[in-house]
Design a protein around this ligand. Structure first.
Ligand code: FES
Length: 126
């Protein structure tokens, strides 16, 4: 099984572990407990699962037309950008960084965790 290493938007290690081959990056984040947003539920309609692939980009499946169109709407798109719900793993290890847009969406989707992070002074990030 490929190992997925996930960093938050500030470059801090957020999660790491093995996930089944064929999983999307978004599924990997959910399985490993990373704060990777997905406003449309993973159907290629929002761009909030945007992430940067720091290692293993070439091992992911090819980007389709829908993903390319939706990525055009995302912030801070780079050559390493992918939509987490559309990029799937093969057997190779991958390193990913979640974008600020995606992390913000995750907190919007998880108000309990947002309130806990706010109470601890961890959110919003300084
Ligand atoms: S979750 Fe909406 S495009 Fe990926």
């Amino acid at each position: 099984m490929p190992k997925v290493t996930i960093y938050n938007p500030r470059g801090e290690l957020e999660a790491e572990g093995e996930v089944p081959e064929g999983s999307s990056l978004l599924e990997a984040s959910a399985q490993l407990g990373a704060h990777h947003g997905s406003a449309c539920g993973g159907v290629c309609a929002c761009s909030t699962c945007h992430c940067w692939v720091k290692k293993g980009f070439e091992s992911l499946d090819e980007m389709g037309d829908c993903e390319a169109d939706i990525l055009d709407r995302a912030y801070d798109v780079k050559p390493s950008s992918r939509l987490g719900c559309q990029a799937h793993l093969d057997h190779q290890d991958v390193v990913v960084q979640i974008t600020e847009e995606s992390e913000n969406t995750w907190y919007d989707e998880h108000p309990k965790e947002r309130h806990e992070a706010e109470a601890k002074g961890l959110w919003p990030p300084k």
